[in-house]
Design a protein around this ligand. Sequence first.
Ligand code: FES
Length: 76
Amino acid sequence: MAREVRHEATAPAVFDESDLAEDGKLFICRCGLSSEGPLCDGSHRATEDEAEGVVYRYDADGESRRIVEALELSEE
Ligand code: FES
């Protein structure tokens, strides 16, 4: 499985103690769907039923998705 996610950030994030969870851990999003990025907000649960070998495109709200049939790259 894979997913296409659009990001607009152009600079690194800075963390402090207020970003830590109650157990003192810092959870970094790796699914690309968090609206609190780069911190995990639980949105990864939407990926739990993704099938192997399928590419998904999620809408900005992270609540709906489509299967990407083919990726085309532009020469521009
Ligand atoms: S890993 Fe992306 S929201 Fe949790």
